[in-house]
Design a protein around this ligand. Structure first.
Ligand code: NAD
Length: 471
């Protein structure tokens, strides 16, 4: 029986391994993590992450051929194939701070693999890593253990949170990069055979190691660039009376462009887009390509601009101050169908409003109060994002309350900011909400989920990203 071990039981490691276990009953899959609480949650009825369809998959194979454990060394030493899916955040200090990927977790995982391995291993990069990381990992492994053959593969994960299970069941492609040696090719073949259990052959593509590593960074940069492009156009729409939804529809009808990822919004978030572009920027700079670095930097700058533009719009519409006014924030997760708040635009928007002394009442169906308070109290590293510079005082965080439904959050509020496109926000009884708000009652729709005309009929003053303003 082939044994797989995955180091890192997070948003990627957990769902990815659950799907491999489901689709490959003859493979034993162990997902290991240093976090005792995370592993305990994976072994309970309250999984540590919310992802549609995940619970069902885990229930089908947990205890059969899927195991979650903190015994990292045991499972790594027994495995034939080791996926490494640890976090690779942006470095916060030292060389490359604010841009380069922090590979500390990766390096310690690699050193541990070298320490405990007694047989040949295939080590798979599942985390998103800078191009050439495999070379560094090879050095760590081969210099720390003798007589063991390690083959490093790059197999970046392209799943999107909120649709992870669907994406894993039916991926656009599975990319595997390996060394162009006989051993490298055998390792690629072994991993291909795992995916071939459910992924059609023509969707499993192979590449050299560096192409595979770089493809993941490039894919995220392209996706984020589309969002920043449409968001940049949304600003122009507001200035001219054009409607970004109509512009995006017309642009997306061009088959060379396509309709996906053209929704204007308050900005992109999530743990990956910003960090991966920063990483790309850093790699370009290190390779003597400052113009290319500057090109990609603009994608983040527009994203920051979009968030601050939104905050400014809220404040200026509400007679140039939100001091002492209650603002209801609907949605805190960085997108719908996830409870993940990493890099969510809601953090910057709330901080911006609190900076103008607003009182904020937040409702999100999947985000806990602890998470929100932690996110708002955290000071992020800044390289040149004006919004991230604002430190949060403990008093400001006290101006935030978290509620269990949208009606409670909006009661007595002067304005509503919709920051996540949860389906339930489309179906709210806005007439009832209007009745219970201060007047004039404002709605600032950062995700274009409501019909502005219908809300105007009720009496709201409505701002929707990129759409003609309230007359
Ligand atoms: P995560 O923070 O949710 O999970 C990482 C896990 O690794 C944590 O539980 C942590 O405790 C564990 N870990 C760290 N060092 C360890 C060690 N030495 N031994 C055992 N466990 C260790 O991160 P994530 O969102 O799953 O992302 C993981 C990687 O996948 C990142 O590189 C990310 O860029 C990439 N990625 C993420 C997504 C996404 O949507 N989240 C999509 C594609 C790729």
């Amino acid at each position: 029986m082939v044994k797989i071990c995955c180091i890192g039981a997070g948003y990627v490691g957990g769902p990815t391994m659950a799907v491999i276990a489901l689709k490959c009953p003859s493979i034993e899959v162990a997902v290991v993590d240093i976090s005792v609480t995370r592993i305990a949650a994976w072994n309970s009825d309250q999984l540590p992450i919310y992802e549609p369809g995940l619970e069902d998959v885990v229930k089908q194979c947990r205890g059969r051929n899927l195991f979650f454990s903190t015994d990292v060394e045991k499972h790594v030493s027994e495995a034939d194939i080791i996926f490494v899916s640890v976090n690779t955040p942006t470095k916060t200090r030292g060389l490359g701070a604010g841009k380069a990927a922090d590979l500390t977790y990766w390096e310690s995982a690699a050193r541990m693999i070298a320490d405990v391995s007694k047989s040949d291993k295939i080590v798979v990069e599942k985390s998103t890593v800078p191009v050439k990381t495999a070379e560094a990992i090879e050095k760590i492994l081969t210099h720390n253990s003798k007589g063991i053959n390690y083959q490093i593969l790059s197999n970046p994960e392209f799943l999107a949170e909120g649709t992870a299970i669907e994406d894993l069941f039916n991926p656009d492609r599975v990319l595997i990069g390996g060394r162009e040696t006989p051993e490298g090719r055998n390792a690629v073949q072994a991993l291909k055979e795992v995916y071939a259990n459910w992924v059609p052959e023509d969707r499993i593509i192979t590449a050299n190691l560096w192409s595979a590593e770089l493809s993941k960074l490039a894919a995220n940069a392209f996706l984020a660039q589309r969002i920043s492009s449409v968001n940049a156009i949304s600003a122009l729409c507001e200035a001219t009376g054009a409607n970004v939804a109509e512009v995006a529809f017309a642009v997306g009808k061009d088959t060379r462009i396509g309709p996906k990822f053209l929704n204007a919004s308050v900005g992109f978030g999530g743990s990956c887009f910003q960090k991966d572009i920063l990483n790309l920027v850093y790699i370009c700079e290190c390779n003597g390509l400052p113009e290319v670095a500057n090109y990609w930097k603009q994608v983040i700058k527009i994203n920051d601009y979009q968030k601050s533009r939104f905050v400014n719009r809220v404040v200026s519409s509400m007679f140039n101050t939100v001091a002492g006014k209650k603002i209801a924030v609907l949605g805190f997760a960085f997108k719908k169908d996830t409870g993940d708040t990493r890099e969510t635009p809601a953090i910057d928007v709330c901080k911006g409003l609190l900076g103008d002394k607003a009182k904020i009442s937040i409702y999100d169906p999947q985000v806990t109060e602890d998470q929100i308070q932690r996110d708002l109290a955290m000071n992020k590293f800044d390289w040149d994002h004006p919004l991230h510079l604002q430190p949060m005082s403990p008093t400001a965080v006290k101006e935030v309350s978290v509620t269990w439904d949208a009606y409670d959050a909006t009661k007595g509020a002067h304005g509503i900011c919709i920051l996540t496109e949860w389906d339930e926000f489309r179906k709210l009884d806005y007439a009832k909400i209007y009745e219970n708000m201060q007047k004039p009652a404002f709605v600032f729709d950062g995700r274009n989920v409501v019909d502005p005309e219908k809300l105007r009929e009720i009496g709201f003053i409505v701002y929707s990203i990129g759409k003609p303003l309230d007359p």
